[in-house]
Design a protein around this ligand. Sequence first.
Ligand SMILES: [Zn+2]
Length: 382
Amino acid sequence: MSSDERLGSHERELYSRQIRLPGVGEAGQLRLKSAKVLVLGAGGLGSPAALYLAAAGVGLLGIADPDQVELSNLHRQVLHGFDTLGLPKTISAAEALSEINPGLQIALHPEGLTVENAAELVARYELVVDGTDNFATRFLAADACVLAGKPLIHGSVIRSEGQVGVFLPKQGCYRCVYPVMPAAASVPTCAEAGVWGATCGVVGSWMASEVIAVLLGRRTQSRLHLIDVEAGTARVVHLAADSACPACGREPTILALDKSFYQPTTCQLTPTAMSEHPLEVSIEEAARLLASAQPPLLIDVREPSEHATCCIACAKLIPMALVPERLAEIPQGVPVLIHCHHGGRSLRVTQFLRAKGYAQVSNVQGGIDAWSLKVDPKVRRY
Ligand SMILES: [Zn+2]
């Protein structure tokens, strides 16, 4: 055994609480030490993910981020601090990560992930962690991983909700869930909708857990975790490859990374359709539409226990995690309103349905809680 194949006494002590876990041991720790992981985005999700991966003893971390540290980052991007304001995030991240684990190898990619460098960058690593905040980079990262046959751990967060996707080669990819990149203007960003820093901590840490699980061979199937910190719920959806997927299906259309696939798109809906069917409607507008002569179909995407606690009359229950398999129950070509407890889960479902071609689906802002407060106080709050 060479020294690379054994842990030193210092490492044994450093990782002792992890080594004793079932399924880890010295062999598992050595596996982490040999791992090469690329983290895209040193922001709200990349910060906790990279910190925990560094502390866990992952051997090489690549950090790709083209941005500088700004004051409005600091409430959630815990890799950075007041002393690194204005510095490139890669430099600031490297300082923080070296402090938590001086044995870590760090490679900095201050150009970020681009169409030009994606294939070469992804090829250098065995697994990619995507904590970026825009659809163009998410889809680019997802496609680059499919083409290179590399696992992708994806995360996203908005307000108090997040999701963690574990996409393993040939087991279902990001585009199996989201086939088409949504128009940038159709989806609110954290800058517009706000985000809790601690929710980024939950989702980013969850991503790190999944990276370690994949590296240690504990994942055999792609999966999507849906986390709602406000509601206190987390669900796992087990995924399967979609044979019609444009990236990993039987007849893929994405055979190489082409710039045209990742252009920030203008909305594909006509202006008329957009104004008639905005991505989100206020609770007052939802009440007006539901009381009209031709009310839209109302779908509740909360859990059955929440639906049993209270509901808006006539809402059809399809819990969020079951929407992909129950799509046939949602008619195309008719107006549909989606609601949940506070409007976060339903926004994700609305985005998902729009990506599947449902042009007349809108999210009910504020969910049933806003309904209780502003429309019908007889509906119980929880
Ligand atoms: Zn796919």
